[in-house]
Ligand binder design. Sequence first.
Ligand code: ATP
Ligand code: MG
Length: 418
Amino acid sequence: MAKTIQAIKGMNDILPGESARWESFEAIVREVFAAYGYRNIRMPIVEQTDLFVRSIGEVTDIVEKEMYTFIDRLNGDSLTLRPEGTASCLRAVLEHNLLYDGPQRVWYSGPMFRHERPQKGRYRQFHQFGVEALGLAGPDVDAEQLVMLSDLWKKLGLTNVALEINTLGDTESRAAHRASLISYLESHAELLDEEAKRRLHTNPLRILDTKNPSMQAMVDAAPKLIDFVSEDSLKHFEKFQSYIRQAGIDYQINSRLVRGLDYYNRTVFEWTTTQLGSQGTICGGGRYDGLIEQMGGKPAPACGFGMGIERILLLLEAQEIALPLQTLDIYLAQQGEQAAAFAWQVASQLRQAGFSVQQHMGEASFKSQMKKADQSGARFAVIIGDDEASAQQVTLKPLRQAGEQQRLSVSDVITTIK
Ligand code: ATP
Ligand code: MG
């Protein structure tokens, strides 16, 4: 026998047994986004490699070691499976001039690809919902996105998610902080690990994110970005906080929160949980006012976030939250020649009335059909023998609740189980 081929490590199938939870979750998210005026945008999964290198930044985890990059052997182009959605989304918005019509609020969802060490909550193909508000500069839009997310957690019934926020200031503040940070780190060169040394002149901010315990004390005492942040950016941050406080959202300022990508400025935020180990960030985002211009567009402010679907589903599971699942309404059992013909009619009438119907295929005893009906999860069995068929009736049997079976016409079935 030939050896079966398996899926790629870190890339998972979502089987019918789990997909109902995904669909339910996705429907709730879409409803919340729509309630805030966000519209769906769908981009390709593959882009020119340069798009990600230029927007995410050369010295980031993603670009340095996580991208699935390959050569299109038909024309030699370097292509990459998208590791995140913002770059593609902005490319699409610029390519189609969407900002010409004024600010845009968009969301997308789908698979993202990063070559990481697979573990619970961290995969090589994972799925995100992403949201971008483009062309809006004020702190109100930053706050609105957090209000929207907090609404979403409430709708889902999620608890134990904490919000951390920070401000990265504007370009000038970041440059001044960077210079001061580099000279501080240089003066403690003997404490820097290999990774930190490599990042010293390319991405020193990232060094503050280190998980290396022997660098903690030194990093804790490093110059703080907040001390370099301009008056304007501080005002933005203050106003942003007042909006989310007003909305009753609890948060903490984490001055070490910088986010992994180069393009952020001013507001950054993360929602985290302690229930998923080191995969505790379920959603992260912030403002990236310079990115559109950097990508060749007319300067326009922007703010957005990405959230990991797998992690949120894991968290829902950890909190034993059941999402409303779509279940089968009716299993249709049938036996006999006349019954088989009538069953097609009945199935069609029931579906037209809005019920989901799984019709038994092939021939089998009623006993084995009823077993299948039970396994299907259907709420009711509709049973048709030749007897019923000649009377143009069916037998209705409740499967998930107590109750006698009864002989009814199809229209009576419809009114009985509605
Ligand atoms: P982490 O620090 O956990 O690696 P990140 O900062 O790289 O996260 P982002 O680029 O901000 O993550 O992506 C947004 C969200 O996507 C994360 O908050 C997380 O929920 C999810 N996510 C990121 N990488 C993965 C992955 N490899 N597997 C599953 N979910 C992920
Ligand atoms: Mg990461």
